[in-house]
Design a protein around this ligand. Sequence first.
Ligand SMILES: NC(=O)c1ccc[n+]([C@@H]2O[C@H](COP(=O)([O-])OP(=O)(O)OC[C@H]3O[C@@H](n4cnc5c(N)ncnc54)[C@H](O)[C@@H]3O)[C@@H](O)[C@H]2O)c1
Length: 354
Amino acid sequence: MSAPEGRPEIRLGIVGLGLAARMVLDSLVDDPRIAVVAGADPAEPSRAEFARRTGAAAYPDVAELLDAPGVDAVWVASPTRFHRAHVEAAAAAGKDVIVEKPMAPTVDDCAAMVTAADKAGVLLVAGGVRSLDPAFAAMRDVIGSGALGTLRHLSATAHTGWLLRDRAPADLDESLGGGIVFNQAPHQVDTVRLLAGGAAVRSVLATTATWSERRPVVGQFRAELDFDGGLTAVLCYDGHGYLRSTDLVRVEGPASSVLADAGLVVASGSRGAVRPHGDHLQLVTDDGAQDIPISPGDATTGAVAELLAARRPGAGPPRHCGEWGRATLEVVAAIGESARTRTRVLLAEKGLHT
Ligand SMILES: NC(=O)c1ccc[n+]([C@@H]2O[C@H](COP(=O)([O-])OP(=O)(O)OC[C@H]3O[C@@H](n4cnc5c(N)ncnc54)[C@H](O)[C@@H]3O)[C@@H](O)[C@H]2O)c1
């Protein structure tokens, strides 16, 4: 529910004012529940652009943002290698946090971020992932309704231009949380984990491939996930950009972001299948076909909604809590490990039933 006009529910500061911040800013500025009140970035041009767009104060240092009056929560959109330090600092300052994907370069970093938030008694939302889009909440509802019978298989196939966009060296360095697996697999892993109802991923078998002459680093991955209970998922991601998912299926608006990042996503059950298709879900079962509308919004408003809901007295933790994000990164890291070692990686992850 929106706050009455002029009375936002939360005053947000944004740490890191680059591409990711620019991508979420329109949704945040348009959201009556939110007031964007501060930003932090060492780069003056990024601060100037942010101040122009929002009218909010922009600081060169995160500590100044955290000291500024009237910041309730922080959206961490700095480079991945700084996420842990920035989440820990925000938590220590008593701020709730939404952190971009990938949550951190390592699973240990994620665990430390969860601990820092718990210790400080603040909320941590593992945001920036496409699974926060209303399309996937709607798919989850369809699956939960039993319309598909028993859920058997999930697939996500994405073709994007991720690899060949302009990139700083750190964006491609896996040790710093860069590279296509760390950056893009979270969208697909998070989505299938959500659709699987938070069942535990038991094992991962994956390959990665390097074939671009223009940028000879990993540009493609493929992963099979086995969930507790027998459900399987296959993720395919090709970042070379010659043909994109949005060329294969033409859709407008926020739906194109879902398609671009998570790809073509299909959930198949014993008596039907469902997929997002533009502004609706296409559901086909033994009883016939139907289009199901998807609520308006996007992954940014989805993250905000989870944070706001969890801030209400007596509410439980957000679905995309820090522990959820840690578990997703564990699967993402297992994709890299499986590809490197050419073995199936067994995971000990506990299921988070959502
Ligand atoms: N959710 C998505 O779809 C999405 C898209 C792009 C990036 N991301 C994620 O967002 C994060 C940032 O990526 P990006 O593409 O915006 O990178 P970017 O390089 O465009 O922007 C990062 C910004 O952070 C600033 N910065 C650097 N050090 C900082 C510090 N110590 N404190 C505060 N700011 C600092 C930089 O000056 C820059 O303006 C990464 O974790 C990335 O994976 C998510």
